[in-house]
Design a protein around this ligand. Structure first.
Ligand code: GH3
Ligand code: MG
Length: 319
């Protein structure tokens, strides 16, 4: 995969010169921004593997950009290389103090520039690989509970700031112990992997799925209120229920129960509260006979939801 390098440079000639050097590495994909204030919004959309930053820029200067990148936890591993015409020691020290990874002066040796870039990208990859290990579940390769908590905390902040809704969902396979007892642990593992994969493949790519451990999963459904979450979870419940997860050796079908809590509807102030609410709704699903979805604090109006699903299906058929 190509390394994405974002060059923030207002001087056209300087950019062309740098681009020519970077193009010598076939594995680099270079993007370019010439105004300081456009950098942070661009990083929200797509995070590169390296930012090469000029100091003097129209709008926001390089120091301010560097400072703001370093204030963002999600960009912690993003290397910043200052490349500037001013080799002034004060500037260099300030840049490094603000968290720049390296500092070079324009017009220097091209080999040195390319080697430093290569090293920064290598370090970034090591950091990202390590980070992945701490947030990925080793059985299913989906995120783990640690990531779920962190991601929910991020969404709480975003939800509060922009008044956007999202849902936290807990899914638990029904009578999973029977599978282990009947077919053995390795087959149980295969079923857990199967459920994870079916859920992942039938959700939006922006939704988050994590394994809590055992036969339990946590989902974060972005830009989704409790009604949308209910419709999605019911769709997933049917898909999982109908899928043979033991093939080809055995025929194994499982159901799951789940509980939903929505950010705006549930009014949770902290992450743990939302998880506890989803847990209460999950417990209700188990208590009421399993193989169903419940929403925290709401009595599910099945007839109304059926109507919504019916209308949606009709609308989809028309397209
Ligand atoms: P319920 O419908 O009430 O959820 O019943 P259940 O049998 O699914 O009960 P519960 O969810 O409490 O049990 C989960 C079981 O999952 C307990 C444990 O034996 C099993 N388990 C936990 N981790 C793993 C794993 O990594 N692999 C396998 N195969 N089984 C696991
Ligand atoms: Mg279970």
């Amino acid at each position: 995969m190509k390394a994405k390098i974002l060059v923030v440079e207002d001087d056209k000639n300087d950019f062309e010169r740098l681009k020519k050097s970077l193009d010598k590495e076939p594995n680099y994909r270079v993007t370019h921004i010439d105004k300081g204030e456009l950098v942070l919004p661009a990083l929200e959309k797509e995070t590169p593997d390296l930012v090469i930053l000029d100091i003097y820029l129209p709008g926001m200067d390089g120091f301010e950009i560097c400072k703001r990148i370093r204030q963002n936890e999600n960009l912690a591993s993003l290397p910043i290389l200052f490349l500037t015409s001013s080799g002034n020691l004060d500037n260099k020290l300030l840049g490094l103090e603000l968290g720049a990874s390296d500092f070079l002066t324009k017009g220097g040796d091209e080999r040195e520039l390319l080697l430093r870039i290569k090293n920064l990208l290598k370090l970034k990859k090591v950091y990202d690989d390590l980070f992945r290990l701490t947030v990925i579940d080793s059985l299913t390769y989906i995120y783990n509970r640690r990531y779920f908590q962190q991601r929910l905390a991020d969404e709480f902040e975003r939800g509060r700031r922009y008044k956007r809704d999202f849902c936290g969902v807990i899914v638990d396979i029904d009578h999973f112990k029977n599978i282990n007892d009947t077919y053995g642990h390795p087959v149980g593992d295969k079923v857990i992997k199967g459920v994870a994969s079916v859920l992942r493949c039938n959700m939006r790519s922006t939704d988050i799925i994590c394994r809590f451990g055992g036969d339990e999963f946590g989902l974060v459904l972005l830009e989704t209120g409790y009604e949308g979450a209910y419709i999605l979870m019911e769709r997933l419940r049917i898909i999982v229920k109908e899928k043979d997860l033991g093939a080809p050796q055995h025929s194994i079908k499982v159901t799951f129960s789940c509980g939903i809590s929505s950010f705006l509807d549930g009014g949770s102030m902290v992450v743990d509260e939302m998880i506890a609410q989803a847990d209460v709704a999950l417990y209700q699903s188990k208590r009421l006979g399993r193989d169903q979805t419940n929403i925290w604090g709401r009595k599910v109006d099945l007839e109304r939801f059926k109507q919504v699903v019916y209308q949606q299906r009709n609308a989809n058929n028309k397209h």
